[in-house]
Write a protein that binds this ligand. Structure first.
Ligand SMILES: *[C@@H]1O[C@H](CO)[C@@H](O)[C@H](O)[C@H]1NC(C)=O
Ligand SMILES: *[C@@H]1O[C@H](CO)[C@@H](O)[C@H](O)[C@H]1NC(C)=O
Ligand SMILES: *[C@@H]1O[C@H](CO)[C@@H](O)[C@H](O)[C@H]1NC(C)=O
Ligand SMILES: *[C@@H]1O[C@H](CO)[C@@H](O)[C@H](O)[C@H]1NC(C)=O
Ligand SMILES: *[C@@H]1O[C@H](CO)[C@@H](O)[C@H](O)[C@H]1NC(C)=O
Ligand SMILES: *[C@@H]1O[C@H](CO)[C@@H](O)[C@H](O)[C@H]1NC(C)=O
Ligand SMILES: *[C@@H]1O[C@H](CO)[C@@H](O)[C@H](O)[C@H]1NC(C)=O
Ligand SMILES: *[C@@H]1O[C@H](CO)[C@@H](O)[C@H](O)[C@H]1NC(C)=O
Ligand SMILES: *[C@@H]1O[C@H](CO)[C@@H](O)[C@H](O)[C@H]1NC(C)=O
Length: 567
């Protein structure tokens, strides 16, 4: 239109920003936020559920959701779905509490058990379980100890083959002190009432050792800090151990008690600020061929609403329990040491049990892995849940990708790299910021299941679509899945090199240092716009080799503009 147009050649150069090194660890900026990516599938429950529980069998495409008096099934691949009813039998047992919520059968457990499913619920104050095989339910059986009387958040149930462990009390009136029990398989056992103070249970797992009689149960919990000094935190995070083959004590008083209980403190402190993350929020276990190298990813928060992730090895946990002195005990060490597993069929000697029972805490504390024994990272988000997935990248290296559920219905995807961690993307799973009740990882299929009170989303872990199918933005975001996935997406990337150097980019990069010809009218105003796809790059506008505008992580913004008032 104009009389004369002069072509202005502009140069856009991309530079990788400075990358933080372990242990600085703190992701530099908030990651870019995306909606649930392409390939996400959604299942909306027939009705809203107040206390939903979720079960997914690895390497299948389906999910079970336990609701109030109902079990929902949905297959994301075929859309097959059904609802099974689990009504209250015989009006339940609630003593006129006046609380209508109590008089329902909230399903609290859906788990694999034998060849079928174990489904348990509150049964209106009469905990009840059903075995479900091929959609056929067995007659109901007494589920006390496996399901609570009313919905209760402080419960853990671990099903390990025929064994069931639980923290659920067996009687509605008695038993105010929470215990960790073996309720099925072996004989029934429970923890002494003096070994934990007001515990809040977080996670439990079993761990196979080389010899079966050494197999352990570990559970993670918070409890009141026995140190009541004003500067000490009120709560303390712990790991406890038990031997799977524990047969209980030899006296009538100890016959039903675990005799191999020991507990240790989990330390998660930022060495720079000395900030203490004492509130264990969630735990994710990453198994390894050698149990000693199996890892515990502990998600901690502090009073100021910040979160930290500390990683421990079971080798270190085991060595603390085996070698540490007992807190407050200075007597002689018995032949069978407290916490030691005895050969199959034998009982722990009563002398050993007495010492352990009165001194259940070991003096040494469990410290995280990594240089400086520091957190893997910490930041100002209040995370609720953690999941970890190992990705094999194109170069054969393996990377751990952390999925962290926020309290705003979103998930942060954080990649652990040799030079620290990077918070690469925030996925707004539930646009309404619905709380995330559950996050289940399917490692075989590389998908995530994220559940709320109204729905479950199936999300592919490989979210390269989020990077606009653009090779360099995917690489700059340092998302290892982008080089891992073959198919339509770029698959010929080489992933992080040695020495923590940035990704050597081997995909075609038409825009890097490319020139762009734009025709403009002289003396007109002009906006130059370049959308920022990676917060780990610096975007610069140059005019005749002179830097005219720089956009980088120090000033996060969605686009990098350069305004020319008069061309
Ligand atoms: C459940 O299955 C029926 C067919 O049996 C189908 O019409 C319906 O769309 C499915 N529901 C969902 C949420 O996919
Ligand atoms: C439920 O299944 C378990 C494990 O397979 C079995 O031991 C139990 O007898 C079953 N109970 C009923 C009522 O079918
Ligand atoms: C400590 O635990 C109690 C309940 O056990 C809780 O109310 C309190 O907020 C916790 N304090 C901190 C600092 O986390
Ligand atoms: C997942 O299931 C498929 C068959 O459905 C099988 O080929 C594959 O080996 C399984 N993967 C794992 C990790 O179990
Ligand atoms: C993916 O890429 C690797 C390396 O280029 C190749 O060996 C493999 O066959 C590819 N897999 C598929 C399913 O295309
Ligand atoms: C891009 O341009 C900058 C500045 O002119 C130069 O230093 C850099 O080496 C160039 N990068 C590539 C990949 O050509
Ligand atoms: C831009 O215009 C200049 C001058 O006309 C020309 O030499 C150059 O090749 C053009 N670049 C592109 C990418 O079209
Ligand atoms: C800048 O470009 C991006 C993508 O090309 C676009 O989404 C954004 O709206 C643009 N911003 C302005 C102010 O034009
Ligand atoms: C970021 O940009 C500012 C100017 O906007 C500049 O002063 C600073 O050096 C840049 N930082 C990096 C790491 O490039």
């Amino acid at each position: 239109m104009g009389s004369r147009s002069s072509p202005a050649a502009l140069l856009l150069a991309l530079w990788l920003g400075q990358l933080g090194a372990w242990p600085a660890g703190r992701p530099k900026v908030n990651p870019r936020i995306i909606a649930a990516p392409q390939g996400a599938k959604e299942y909306v429950f027939p009705r809203w559920e107040r206390f939903p529980v979720f079960f997914h069998q690895e390497n299948t495409s389906s999910i079970y959701v336990g609701g109030e008096g109902r079990l929902y099934y949905y297959d994301f691949a075929t859309r097959e779905n059904y609802t099974e009813e689990f009504p209250v039998k015989n009006e339940g047992q609630c003593v006129t509490s006046g609380n209508l919520e109590d008089s329902r059968n909230y399903l609290t457990l859906v788990e694999q058990y034998g060849d079928g499913l174990l489904v348990c619920g509150t049964g209106a104050c009469a905990p009840t379980c059903w075995n479900v095989t091929q959609r056929k339910e067995s007659p109901p059986w007494d589920g006390r100890g496996i399901a609570p009387f009313t919905p209760d958040s402080n419960t853990l149930v671990v099903v390990d083959g025929q064994d069931i462990y639980s923290t659920i009390k067996k009687s509605q009136q008695n038993g105010k002190i929470p215990r960790f029990r073996r309720v099925r398989g072996g004989g029934e056992l429970y923890t002494s009432d003096t070994v934990m103070q007001n515990p809040q249970f977080v996670k439990a797992t079993t761990l196979r050792h080389e010899e079966p009689h050494q197999d352990k149960i570990y559970y993670f919990f918070r409890e009141d800090n026995p140190d009541k000094s004003p500067e000490a935190p009120r709560n303390i995070s712990r790991v406890a151990q038990l031997c799977k083959e524990d047969k209980g004590g030899t006296s009538s008083l100890s016959a039903s008690k675990w005799t191999t209980f020991l507990k240790a403190t989990l330390i998660c402190v930022d060495p720079v600020t000395k900030g203490n993350f004492n509130w264990l929020q969630d735990v994710f276990i990453v198994p390894a061929g050698d149990w000693r190298r199996s890892k515990v990813y502990g998600l901690f928060t502090n009073t100021w609403g910040s979160s930290a992730v500390c990683v421990y090895s079971f080798g270190d946990i085991d060595s603390v329990f085996r070698t540490s002195r007992l807190k407050g005990y200075s007597g002689p060490t018995p032949e069978v040491k407290p916490g030691q597993c005895v050969p199959s069929g034998q009982h722990t000697p009563s002398e050993t049990f007495k010492i352990a029972d009165s001194h259940p805490e070991v003096e040494e504390r469990v410290e995280p892995l990594g240089p400086g024994r520091s957190p893997l990272f910490h930041n100002k988000h209040r995370y609720q849940k953690i999941g970890v997935h190992e990705v094999a990248a194109a170069g054969g290296q393996r990377y751990n990708v952390l999925y962290l559920a926020t309290d705003k219905g979103s998930i942060h995807k954080v990649v652990e790299l040799p030079d620290g961690v990077q918070n690469i993307v925030e996925i707004q799973v539930f646009p309404s910021k619905d709380p995330i009740h559950s996050m289940i990882l399917d490692h075989a299929r590389a998908v995530l299941y994220v559940g709320s009170s109204s729905r479950v989303l199936e999300l592919p872990m490989d979210m390269c679509g989020a990077y606009r199918n653009n090779c360099h933005s995917c690489v700059l975001a340092r998302d290892p899945y982008c080089g891992w996935a073959n198919g339509s997406r770029p698959s010929h990337l080489s992933l992080p090199s040695e020495n923590g150097k940035p990704f050597p980019v081997s995909c075609p990069l038409p825009n890097i240092n490319g020139t762009l010809n734009i025709s403009v009218t002289p003396f007109s105003r002009y906006y130059l716009n370049c959308s920022i796809e990676s917060h780990y790059a610096t975007y610069n506008w140059y005019h005749e080799d002179e830097l005219v505008k720089s956009c980088n992580t120090s000033r996060p913004q969605p686009d990098c503009f350069h305004f020319i008032p008069s061309v």
